[in-house]
Write a protein that binds this ligand. Structure first.
Ligand code: UDP
Ligand code: MG
Length: 338
């Protein structure tokens, strides 16, 4: 279906001054937020283009909502989107990206770990090379704890295995998306998108900006181990039915073991070195175990297929259609409409 809204938004990007949206998930950042605003605002003002900052308050319970109201009073470009309750970083990102009006959308953390100074660089790279995605790639994680580095290293290793090499290593949620990429993401059916996997999955033209991950300016991380485990589980199950297949493999393994041990018990039986009843019990137990696991695996295969059917991801995004060509004939017109 040709998406007229996407078409218009894509065209607007051709003009001299695109609108930039900066999406910022904010959760209990009463110490960090004022510092972030102080550093972010001059950078955006200096860009000399229209912009908005979409601050998504993820159900903060401290002074954050009041601070956000105050910021908005003398910074009209600061938009406030408030969640009724804490719903998590990725949910806040989703709301911000879906509600942003910009031709380009940059997502950034509220704790100044992602340097806002890189935003102009991302924007000019995207405009010069007509890119749809610019990843902020962490050049150095020196300021993170050894534990965070290890777990993050393992996470990115696993994710690269699942999504494939397209995924840039160490790219978090500091990135720029074009309107076309945002529209494609909005068309994705998942309710719990994991953007750092979904965006590389789109496979749109992309570039990278390397940055140094700074230390949190104030406050402490809201990503305890439990949330990291949840992100990892969401990431794996969003992209692969492999865990469901585990039962099939285990079942096959125990079946092979059953055959081998069956031969062994038969030999022992013939040699008369067994307690009566042992052979039949042992083989029977192994056999039943294997059959059960294989059946569970079989169910898993079907559940996996139902799952990907329920996910209903679009099979393709059209990047160009000559029937939709503009006068100068240069731009991809359809903006990845489906
Ligand atoms: N955040 C959020 N909801 C949450 C947890 C975090 O919106 O439930 C925001 C937080 O305010 C920050 C960003 O997500 O802007 C990253 O969180 P944090 O800095 O705590 O994570 P870390 O950088 O330690 O991984
Ligand atoms: Mg942080």
């Amino acid at each position: 279906m040709f998406n007229a809204a996407a078409h218009d938004a894509g065209k607007a990007a051709e003009g001299p001054a695109p609108l930039l949206s900066v999406v910022m998930p904010i959760y209990n950042e009463q110490e960090a937020l004022p510092l972030t605003v102080e550093r972010l605002r001059p950078i955006l003002d200096d860009l000399g283009i229209g912009y908005e900052v979409v601050g998504v308050d993820d159900g903060s319970t401290d002074a954050t909502p009041a601070i956000m109201q105050k910021v908005r009073q003398d910074w009209p470009q600061f938009r406030i989107v408030r969640f009724a309750r804490n719903s998590g970083h990725q949910a806040a990102l989703t709301a911000g990206i879906h509600r942003a009006f910009g031709d380009y959308v940059v997502s950034i953390d509220a704790d100044l770990q992602d340097p806002p100074e890189k935003i102009p660089e991302m924007l000019s790279l995207a405009r010069e090379r007509n890119l749809d995605v610019v990843y902020g790639v962490r050049g150095d994680r020196g300021t993170d704890t050894a534990f965070k580095r290890r777990t993050a290293g393992a996470y990115y290793w696993l994710m690269r295995k699942l999504v494939g090499k397209k995924m840039p290593n160490q790219a978090g949620d500091f990135r720029l998306l074009s309107r076309a990429a945002v529209n494609a993401l909005k068309a994705m059916p998942e309710h719990q998108p994991v953007y750092r996997l979904l965006v590389p999955w789109l496979g749109f033209p992309s570039g990278e900006v390397v940055y140094v991950r700074e230390e949190r300016v104030a406050g402490s991380t809201h990503y305890p181990l439990s949330k990291m485990v949840r992100l990892a589980l969401d990431s794996i199950t969003n992209f692969s039915a492999a865990p469901l297949r585990l039962a099939t493999w285990l079942g096959m393994l125990s079946f092979v073991l059953c055959v081998a041990l069956g031969i062994y018990t038969a030999v022992e039986y013939v040699r008369g070195e067994t307690v009566p009843g042992w052979s039949s019990l042992f083989v029977g137990m192994l056999f039943l175990g294997a059959v059960q696991l294989i059946c569970i695996g079989l169910l898993g295969e079907y559940v996996g297929r139902i799952y990907s059917a329920a996910q209903a991801r679009p099979a393709y995004f059209v990047g160009y259609d000559s029937a939709e060509e503009t006068d100068d004939g240069t731009r991809r017109v359809s903006a990845y409409a489906m």
